[in-house]
Design a protein around this ligand. Structure first.
Ligand SMILES: [Mg+2]
Length: 273
C-alpha cells in the first residue's frame, strides 16, 4: 500500500513525537508498503526532514519527503512550456528544490527580474520586504506564471500563530492584481498526485494519514484517496463528525494504536468507517 503521511500533528507535534506513530510506519515499511511524507511547509530542503524524522525513528529517505516546495519544483519541471527561470519569493529550501530539477532560481531583486523569470514561485518568506514584494508583483504583471506552494494563512509556532505562505500569496495577489495560476499544496490535490506519481502509483490507490480535516482530508477527497484522520493534531472528533459526508475521512484514529488497526482494516479492503 501507499501511505501519504502529513507531518505536524501526525508524526510529531512541534518538537515532540506523537507516541508510537513512527513505529507503526516503520512496521508498514518493513512489510513492504510505501510511506511518503507530504507537508505544505515550503521552507525546508527535504534532507532536513530526513534528519528530523530519522531522529524520531520514522522510516525515511530523501526521496520519501514531499514538501510543497519539492512538489512545486516537480510540477514546474514537467510543465509545458517548461519553466527555466523562477523568481523566488520564499526560502532557500524552496530555491534548492527548484535547482534540483534544473530550474534556475533567482532572488526577488532587480537582478532577479533582469533574468526574465518564467515564473514567480511563492512560499513562506521570512525575509519578505516591500522591495521584494514589489519586484515579484512586477514580474507577474510582465507575464511570469504566478505559482503558490500553498495558501496556508497561518501556522502555529512557539510564539503563537505566524503568517504562512498564504498571507504572502494574498499580498502578491493584491499587488499584481492577478490570482495564482497554480496552487500546489493541500487542500488541492497536486501535492498528493505528485507524491504518488513519484512511485508510479495512482493517488486513488493511496491512503492519506493526516490531522487536518480541511487540509489533509479535503485534499485526499480531491485526489480520490482514502484517508485516516488522526485526532492527535488540529481536528477534534466533534469537528470530524460535523463534516459533510463527501468530506469525511474513511476512518478516524485517536492514537497510534488505533492507526495501526485502521491501516489493517483498509488493507483488508474496508471502504468506509
Ligand atoms: Mg498536520
Amino acid at each position: 500500500m501507499l501511505f501519504l503521511v502529513d507531518l505536524d500533528g501526525v508524526v510529531y507535534r512541534g518538537h515532540d513525537p506523537v507516541p508510537g506513530v513512527a513505529e507503526v510506519l516503520a512496521d508498514r515499511v518493513a512489510a513492504g508498503d510505501h510511506v511518503l511524507y507530504c507537508t505544505n511547509n515550503s521552507s525546508r530542503y527535504r534532507t532536513e526532514y530526513v534528519r528530523i524524522l530519522g531522529a524520531l525513528g520514522a522510516p525515511v529517505q530523501s526521496d520519501w519527503v514531499f514538501t510543497s516546495a519539492r512538489a512545486t519544483a516537480l510540477e514546474l519541471a514537467a510543465s509545458d512550456p517548461p519553466v527555466r527561470v523562477a523568481l523566488v519569493l520564499g526560502s532557500r529550501g524552496l530555491a534548492h528544490e527548484l535547482r534540483d530539477v534544473g530550474i534556475r532560481a533567482v532572488d526577488a531583486s532587480s537582478r532577479g527580474l533582469a533574468a526574465d523569470p518564467d515564473a514567480v514561485v511563492v512560499g513562506i518568506d521570512r525575509h519578505l520586504t516591500y522591495a521584494r514584494l514589489a519586484v515579484a508583483a512586477q514580474a507577474v504583471r510582465e507575464g511570469a506564471r504566478f505559482v503558490a506552494t500553498n495558501r496556508d494563512p497561518v501556522f502555529p509556532a512557539a510564539e503563537g500563530l505566524m503568517p504562512g505562505a498564504g498571507s504572502i500569496v494574498a499580498a502578491l495577489e493584491t499587488a499584481s492584481r492577478r490570482a495564482p495560476d497554480l496552487v500546489v499544496g493541500k487542500p488541492g490535490p497536486i501535492l498528493f498526485e505528485a507524491a504518488a506519481r513519484s512511485v508510479g502509483m495512482d493517488p486513488r490507490d493511496a491512503v492519506v494519514i493526516g490531522d487536518g480535516a480541511l487540509t489533509d482530508i479535503a485534499a485526499a477527497a480531491r485526489a480520490g484517496a482514502r484517508s485516516v484522520l488522526m485526532l492527535t493534531g488540529v481536528t477534534s472528533r466533534t469537528e470530524a463528525e460535523a463534516l459533510p459526508a463527501d468530506r469525511r475521512p474513511t476512518l478516524v484514529a485517536a492514537d497510534a494504536a488505533e492507526l495501526r488497526v485502521a491501516l489493517e482494516r483498509l488493507q483488508g479492503g474496508e471502504a468506509a468507517a
